[in-house]
Design a protein around this ligand. Structure first.
Ligand code: ITT
Length: 201
C-alpha cells in the first residue's frame, strides 16, 4: 500500500508541532485538519482515550476517504482519582487559561508531597484507513504535579508537570527532548513503525 498523505485530525497547534517533528522521517505528507480544509468538530463522547481517538480518526477518514491519525490524550493525577483524564481539555472550561488550570492542580494538591503528587500524561493514537481498518497505540509519561509552573515550552499542562528523573519540568524541555520522552512521542513512533510496514507491502 502506498500512503502518500495522512491527515492528523487535531485542532491543537501544540500537538501538531510535536507530531510534525516525529513524522518527519516517514516521507509522507502530514496535513492538519486546517491544511486539509476539513472544518468539522467531532464530538468526543467516548469514555476512554481509546474510544475518543478512534471516534476522531474514523469520523474524519469516513468524511475524507484519507488515512487519518488522531490523538486523544490527557493528564491523570493519582491523588485526584486520575482527573482530569479524558476531560483534560475541558477541565474548568475549554477557554480557561492553562495558567489557571495549572494553578488549580497545584492548589488541589496542597499538603501532598513526593509520590503523593504522582501523575502521568497518557496518549492514545488511532489510525483509520479508508477500507475501515483501525489501529491504536498507547503510551504514558510518568511524573509529578510540581509546586509551581516552570518553562515556556510545550503547551497545556507542561509547565506544571515535573519529571523527577530529569529534575525539570516538561515545560522546560525543548521540542526534540520532549518528543523523546513523551507519551505522544512514544505512542506515535509505535504507529509510525506500523505505517512503515504497510508502506513496504
Ligand atoms: P484535538 O481533540 O483537536 O486533538 P484537544 O486539545 O481537544 O485537541 P484532547 O481532547 O486529546 O485534545 O485533549 C488533550 C488535552 O490534554 C490537551 O488539551 C491538554 O490539556 C492535555 N495534554 C495532552 N497532552 C499534553 C502534553 O503533551 N502537554 C501538555 N498538556 C497535554
Amino acid at each position: 500500500m502506498m500512503i502518500k498523505r495522512i491527515i492528523f485530525a487535531t485542532g491543537n497547534e501544540g500537538k501538531m508541532r510535536e507530531v510534525r517533528m516525529i513524522m518527519e522521517d516517514l516521507g509522507v505528507e502530514v496535513l492538519s485538519l486546517k491544511e486539509a480544509g476539513v472544518a468539522v468538530d467531532v464530538e468526543e463522547n467516548g469514555t476512554t482515550f481509546e474510544e475518543n481517538a478512534v471516534i476522531k480518526a474514523t469520523e474524519i477518514s469516513r468524511l475524507t476517504g484519507e488515512v487519518v491519525l488522531a490523538d486523544d490524550s490527557g493528564l491523570e493525577v493519582d491523588a485526584l482519582n486520575k482527573e482530569p483524564g479524558i476531560h483534560s481539555a475541558r477541565y474548568m472550561g475549554y477557554d480557561t487559561s492553562y495558567h489557571i488550570k495549572n494553578q488549580s492542580l497545584i492548589d488541589r494538591l496542597e499538603g501532598k508531597e513526593g509520590e503523593e503528587r504522582s501523575a502521568r500524561f497518557v496518549c492514545v493514537i488511532a489510525a483509520a484507513f479508508p477500507d475501515g481498518r483501525v489501529m491504536t497505540s498507547r503510551a504514558t509519561m510518568e511524573g509529578q504535579i510540581g509546586y509551581e509552573e516552570r518553562g515556556e515550552n510545550g503547551f497545556g499542562y507542561d509547565p506544571v508537570f515535573y519529571l523527577p528523573e530529569y529534575q525539570c519540568y516538561s515545560g522546560e524541555l525543548p521540542l526534540e527532548e520532549k518528543n523523546k520522552l513523551s507519551h505522544r512521542g512514544k505512542a506515535l513512533r509505535l504507529i509510525k513503525e506500523e505505517l512503515k510496514k504497510l508502506q513496504e507491502v
